[in-house]
Design a protein around this ligand. Structure first.
Ligand code: PMP
Length: 427
């Protein structure tokens, strides 16, 4: 192989025209060269076990997905103003994964574009303007997506909460004031916002709050909050960008885990296995309201190459029983991490579903977040060629959301590495 340039030189070249506002992982970032399934390879030939990346959902560079994209790219790539079968075929396959009420798809190219469109549709449909968002939620990088993302607007460098935004407390089973009792959080919401509920166009939440620290919404929270929003004329949006496509193991979508059906669903990340596809899936009624307005057009949304790739991803999930694997390997992962928690008091909480897991690192004997130790574990894992990251308001939760082809042997590698690091821990 040709000799790689040094990391210092690579960073210097990058910084010439790329802004430093785009962060890199680790003090000494990794120069990636290629990847296959749950493994990534750097320019020096080192192999990394990917216990982190949730976008290459069915595995990095999955051959069926790659081939679908390559073949279609060589044949036709155009936009939805022409008629090609793949659009209808893919839409039908995607919609078949949803409850019957969710029946129309609008394709875009990112989760951010999907969140943005979802809010616009909710406002158009309801004629209302307020949006109720979840504490620590994240929905994307457009202006509207930032407006509805507490994770960004509430950051000390953020823009602050806009007038049209209402925010509700995270129903967090670990640190929340009502523990895992979802309906009590909804009671609080009813009291705190009683005068404003009629103005709400949409309530948006992730079924497991990702950037907020991998926090599953408390039991029966959505079951109680959805009717409350609807009673006052608002619609309910589920952001499934991180939770969708079988990752949670028990169900294909996060909202199904809570036994509710939203009015609007936001999709992205895993949908194209790293190819940029996003979508908004809505009810016929909401689509009908939207159709009364100006034409909707996305140059790339629903293009034939994206459709071919998205279709291949759905087929691979089915053919390789990846939702079932997420359940089996994810349950094993949590079980092994919970055993580790018994040995190390700095593991405050292990939570999540399927292959969507958060490990809350605390100061032993407390629930106080432990940023230094979480960073130390992340960096030490990198030295051991294991990729994991941190998130949450204090960046103290280890997040592990690997490609769904992850195995129990991979789990053993990660868990034993964390154990070794914690045995030597001086924090
Ligand atoms: N929603 C959620 C829950 C996300 O995690 C993200 C990305 N982290 C987005 C929306 C935005 O997606 P994208 O980066 O593709 O625009």
């Amino acid at each position: 192989p040709k000799k790689a340039i040094s990391i210092d030189l690579a960073l210097e070249k990058r910084s010439k025209h790329i802004s430093s506002i785009l962060s890199v992982s680790y003090k000494k970032p990794i120069q990636m060269e290629s990847a296959a399934f749950q493994y990534m390879y750097d320019v020096h030939g080192n192999v990394f076990l990917d216990a982190y990346n949730n976008i290459p959902h069915v595995g990095h560079s999955h051959p069926k997905v790659v081939e679908a994209g390559q073949k279609q790219m060589a044949k036709l790539n155009t936009n939805t103003r022409y008629v090609y079968d793949l659009l209808a075929i893919y839409a039908e396959k995607l919609v078949s994964k949803f409850p019957n009420s969710l029946n129309k798809v609008f394709f875009v190219n990112s989760g951010s574009a999907a969140s943005d469109l979802a809010i616009r549709m909710a406002k158009t449909h309801t004629g209302k303007s307020q949006v109720l968002v979840m504490e620590h939620g994240y929905h994307g990088n457009t202006q509207t997506s930032i407006d509805i993302s507490d994770y960004k607007f509430n950051n000390k460098k953020g823009q602050g909460q806009k007038d049209y935004i209402l925010k509700t407390a995270l129903p967090d089973a670990y640190r929340g004031k009502h523990g895992n009792n979802g309906p009590l959080y909804v009671k609080d919401l009813q009291q705190e916002m009683s005068g404003q509920l009629n103005n709400i166009a949409a309530f948006i939440a992730e079924p497991v709050v990702g950037c907020g620290g991998q926090i599953p919404l408390a039991k029966d929270y959505l079951k109680h909050v959805y009717p409350e929003i609807r009673k006052h004329g608002g619609v309910c949006i589920s952001d499934e960008v991180q939770t969708g496509f079988g990752r949670l193991g028990d169900t294909f979508w996060g909202f199904e885990l809570h036994d509710v059906a939203p009015d609007i669903v936001v999709l992205g990340k895993p949908m194209g296995n790293s190819h940029p596809i996003g979508a908004v899936v809505v009810t016929d009624e909401i689509a009908a309201s939207f159709e009364k307005g100006v034409e909707f057009f996305s140059s790339f949304g629903g293009n034939p190459v994206s459709c071919a790739i998205g279709l291949a991803v759905l087929e691979v999930i089915d053919e390789e029983s990846l939702q079932e694997n997420a359940k089996e390997v994810g349950d094993y992962y949590q079980q092994e991490l919970k055993k580790l928690q018994q040995k190390h008091a700095v593991i405050g909480d292990v939570r999540g579903s399927g292959l969507f897991i958060g490990i809350d690192i605390v100061h032993a004997g407390t629930k106080n977040t432990n940023y230094e130790l979480a960073q130390h574990i992340k960096n030490e894992l990198r030295q051991k060629h294991i990729l994991i990251s941190t998130d949450g308001p204090d960046d103290s939760v280890l997040k592990t959301k690997p490609p769904l082809c992850f195995t129990k042997a991979n789990v053993d590698t990660v868990v034993s590495a964390i154990n070794t690091i914690l045995l030597k821990n001086q924090f």
